[in-house]
Write a protein that binds this ligand. Structure first.
Ligand code: SF4
Length: 371
């Protein structure tokens, strides 16, 4: 398939593996920020084929996984209201809240609908003027422009029965939090190409300079990931810390300026809690005052939520790269994709789901490698 097959070529992959082996002289710990990259790495066995000296640490870049439990519980409370049509992308329906998930709300009679675009929810609001239509607007910088557009569209149409439960998160503050953590082991980053296609690469230069850490923007196919790793290792071995774009076919330094304008029209930066990690200052977006009328949290007054995490789920450690999923005692036992205890076992971008889907049931230490 055009634009995919050429980035999955096994001969080129072998050459890149050989080149990475040739240039690696010391141990390095590299974090892939995005859950899509994590799945590509595990699906293709990239981590197992790299030199032992290179450890890939899976980052917190799964949007479903980091959506705070409090927001999930608010979604459940809103979706349970009798007059509400609650719209979400499908991957949020099985994310466990404190007591249940959106599928359970649906089975109990809640009108929960899977949509493929936030504009579908706007359309539903037009079609059902007597119902409250709520869209669950979560995700990183990638999904945010479409959500911002939906709010603008509802505003232009004068819809009073449309609102959005917003929990957007931002990558650069998460990288800062990782680098400032006392337990940090990350020495270089693979940045997520789709985020940078929206926001550009300029936001990452201050991080490179402040933390003297290489950041290479890359994509999601095996050759993209390998080329990103190669470029990070080249920098680390040479003692350099630079911003590098290995995904030029999709990412321009300035990003998508039109999308950024829509984002800054609708959203403003705010502190945001990340599930399993805690509050990261200035790490999310919320609706600006001019669009606060579309804020579902305010509209439905769901402020007094008491959350309760699974006492045995260790997804917080997984999301911070402190624990591999198969090092969690519940992995594949109490916790499976059919019986998930944490969001990282649910999402198509979650590290626990990737390890389960691709059969990583053996702990790293049992096979004698530190990864
Ligand atoms: S395997 Fe399950 S219980 Fe363990 S960290 Fe992952 S989601 Fe949580």
């Amino acid at each position: 398939m055009k634009y995919l097959d050429e980035y999955r070529d096994p001969d080129l992959a072998q050459r890149l593996f050989a080149e990475i082996r040739r240039i690696t002289t010391r141990p390095w710990a590299i974090m892939e920020v995005c859950g899509g990259q994590t799945h590509s790495i595990i699906r293709n066995g990239i981590d197992q084929l790299l030199p032992e000296a290179i450890e890939l640490i899976h980052g917190p870049g799964c949007p479903v996984c980091v959506t705070p439990l409090e927001i999930i519980d608010k979604a459940l409370a809103i979706a349970s209201r009798p007059n509400v049509i609650f719209c979400s992308f499908g991957d949020m329906l099985r994310v466990p809240g404190s007591a249940k998930d959106l599928f359970r709300v649906k089975s109990e009679g809640g009108d929960v609908r899977v949509v493929y675009s936030p504009l579908d929810a706007v359309r539903l609001a037009q079609q059902h003027p007597d119902r409250e239509v709520v869209f669950f607007g979560i995700g990183f910088e990638t999904t945010a422009p479409a959500n911002a557009m939906a709010v603008l569209q509802a505003h232009r149409l004068g819809l009073r029965n449309f609102s959005m439960l917003v929990s957007h998160v931002l990558v650069p503050p998460a990288i800062s939090a990782i680098m400032e953590s006392p337990t940090n082991r990350v020495q270089g980053f693979l940045a997520a190409g789709h985020v940078c296609s929206v926001m550009g690469t300029w936001q990452y230069r201050p991080l490179v300079e402040r933390y003297h850490v290489p950041i290479v923007v890359t994509g999601f196919e095996p050759l993209d990931v390998l080329e990103g790793i190669r470029r990070v290792v080249l920098q680390l071995e040479a003692g350099r810390a630079e911003l590098d774009n290995a995904y030029e076919r999709a990412v321009r330094p300035e990003g998508n300026v039109a999308a950024q304008q829509v984002l800054s029209e609708v959203f403003e930066v705010t502190d945001r809690a990340w599930r399993g990690i805690g509050v990261i200052p200035q790490s999310g977006w919320r609706l600006r005052n001019a669009y606060r009328a579309y804020d579902a949290e305010a509209r439905f007054a769901v402020g007094d939520i008491q959350t309760r995490e699974s006492p045995i789920c260790r997804s917080g450690e997984v999301l911070q790269g402190m624990l591999k999923p198969n090092q969690c005692p519940a992995f594949g036992k109490e916790c499976t994709p059919r019986t998930p205890l944490g969001a990282t076992m649910v999402s198509s971008e979650g590290a626990c789901a990737a390890y389960y889907q691709y059969g990583r049931f053996i702990k790293a230490e049992e096979v004698g490698v530190a990864r």
